[in-house]
Design a protein. Structure first.
Length: 286
């Protein structure tokens, strides 16, 4: 059985994630009262109904905080039963969530008379904090389209059933001028490297284009940075995997997220793909 708990801020894409999981043949339940989770999971684990073999449960802030606080302990109990269980948490920057609600004219579930939309978002973050802290996979959808979010979910669940040793690695490039990603476990700043942007012939290209790759690979500092990141990550990854981490996100940032970070994220993903079975690379600014 593969069991997913899906939580996150309103406006961050939780509904999109559940719809994608439903398309992937998951039995999806949205907004089940958290107080009833233990009974439902116990029933799903004991029944022989194949419909529950892949189950996703949406949890949002309409629950009492005390009930949501009980979910991490329930997840630990389920794992002791050899059930493959993961917690997904989606979030987005406050300004992005504000804009999405204003565009959709939807009412925020935490809003009421005399409460501003910003206050409702802050209250929701507080209620869902236990889910965010216990998440195996945090998705920052601030600069992710609906299509990209669906593909992230697809790539993530494709490893379902691969076993606890198959910890997934995601390398993502970003630009500091656009803001730091909220889903990163590690952030490496490569702005100290020579910038292809100042080469007129390379300005409109990206770190995936051969002229930019050739330019960067002629720089000694680039190889020093690559080796340093590899030497830092390599001994730590088995420790995270041994601690039941199913996903690790490594973010690489440069000024605009177009040249250096893209090149480095691609190179790192190719390197670690040689020793890990599930490596994903995405570029948030391209």
């Amino acid at each position: 059985m593969h069991l997913l708990f899906v939580s996150g801020l309103s406006g961050s894409g939780k509904s999109v994630a559940l719809q994608m999981l439903e398309d992937l043949q998951y039995y999806c339940i949205d907004n089940i009262p958290a107080a009833l989770l233990r009974e439902f999971v116990s029933y799903a684990m004991q029944t022989d109904d194949p419909a529950f073999e892949r189950t996703a449960i949406g949890i949002d802030a309409r629950n009492r905080r005390s009930d949501i606080e009980s979910v991490p302990a329930l997840v630990r109990t389920i794992r002791q039963s050899d059930i493959d269980v993961e917690v997904f948490y989606l979030h987005a920057e406050t300004d992005v969530v504000l804009n999405r609600f204003r565009q959709s004219n939807r009412r925020h579930p935490m809003s009421h008379a005399g409460t501003s939309l910003e206050d409702a978002i802050r209250a929701e973050k507080l209620v869902l904090e236990p889910m965010a802290r216990s998440a195996d996979y945090i998705i920052d959808s601030s600069r992710t389209s609906v299509h990209e979010l669906r593909e992230l979910i697809r790539a993530r669940v494709d490893r379902a059933g691969a076993g606890p040793s198959a910890m997934a690695l995601q390398f993502e490039s970003f630009g500091f001028k656009h803001g730091m990603p909220g889903d990163a476990d590690f952030v490496f700043d490569v702005r100290c490297l020579p910038n292809p942007y100042w080469e007129k012939r390379l300005r409109r290209l990206t770190g995936r284009d051969r002229p930019v790759v050739d330019y960067l690979e002629q720089q000694d500092d680039v190889h020093v940075m690559f080796d340093s990141i590899c030497n830092f990550l390599t001994p730590l990854l088995p420790r995270f995997a041994a601690n039941n981490r199913s996903y690790l996100t490594i973010a690489i940032g440069c000024t605009g997220g177009q040249h250096r970070s893209v090149y480095m994220a691609d190179r790192l993903s190719r390197h670690f793909n040689e020793t890990h079975t599930n490596v994903v690379c995405r570029h948030t600014a391209l």
